[in-house]
Design a binder for this molecule. Structure first.
Ligand SMILES: [Zn+2]
Length: 259
């Protein structure tokens, strides 16, 4: 039984800060507060009581709100040990360790998911994965510190979680990612359906998250680098045979970077 709800706070152009709220309680955990203002406003409006900040990685749009937030609400700050994260009180490094953030919440799993950065981590509360800029809806993060091999391994590990796992990534990139996915897999009906569904949501100004792992397996080309259709299309794009899944993934990531 899930004992919390999750609320999105939009910040900047396309970021989401996630508030994890314990049921029948005002306690909230704040994930990746890149901007403090909208988060503090949401907390005040709803009379919430923040109990912790979780950071997935050190990029400004995930952490710049931490210090101003702490000035209002001095709470513990969890994040990757090697990240340059101001205000950190609980550096994390263990892979797959269980973390008790606060009594009002279930323990979460801390999962090392390097690739977007060297020390990116994700937090799994029950079936809800807060994965920062690692796995996006229909896409994945850029390589900004880690390697393609690391990112592929991280995505494959996430791919082993139950298919009902909800994906709370940190950006509203779904429509753009699906435009690319449609070029990679023009004949994938699940991709076309998702593109229509996403366009309908966005035309009403609605969020497209969370995704589910099942939907990602069906439509996200970066989780589908073993599919013949994806391999063929990427080989066609680079005009040469690709020796293995990592070569396909690397070429696909480079293709998307230039898309
Ligand atoms: Zn990032």
């Amino acid at each position: 039984m899930t004992t919390f709800t999750v609320q999105a706070i939009p910040t900047f152009q396309d970021n989401y800060v996630w508030l994890i709220r314990a049921l029948d309680s005002a306690h909230v955990i704040v994930v990746d507060p890149g901007d403090a203002g909208p988060v503090i406003e949401a907390i005040r409006q709803q009379n919430l009581i923040p109990v912790a900040i979780l950071a997935t990685h050190h990029h400004y749009d995930h952490i710049d709100g931490i210090v101003p937030f702490l000035a209002q609400y001095p709470v513990p700050v969890f994040g990757p040990r090697n990240g340059a994260i101001p205000g950190m009180t609980h550096p994390l490094s263990a892979n797959d360790s269980y973390l008790s953030v606060h009594d009002a919440f279930p323990d979460c799993r801390v999962i090392a998911v390097p690739g977007h950065t060297q020390d990116h981590i994700a937090y799994l509360f029950d079936d809800c994965l807060f994965c920062g800029d690692t796995l996006f809806a229909a896409g994945c993060g850029r390589l900004l510190g880690g390697t393609a091999a690391q990112l592929l391994a991280s995505l494959k590990y996430i791919g082993t979680l139950p298919s009902a796992t909800k994906i709370y990534c940190a950006h509203e990139y779904t429509a753009d990612n699906l435009a690319f996915a449609s070029v990679v897999e023009p004949d994938n009906p699940a991709t076309q359906q998702r593109r229509q569904d996403t366009a309908a949501l966005r035309s009403q100004g609605q969020i497209t998250l969370p995704s589910t792992l099942a939907l990602e397996h069906a439509t996200n080309p970066f989780l589908r680098c073993q599919q013949a259709s994806v391999i063929d299309r990427v080989e066609q794009h680079v005009a040469k045979p690709l020796v293995d899944e990592l070569a396909v993934f690397t070429a696909l990531r480079q293709w998307k970077d230039a898309f």
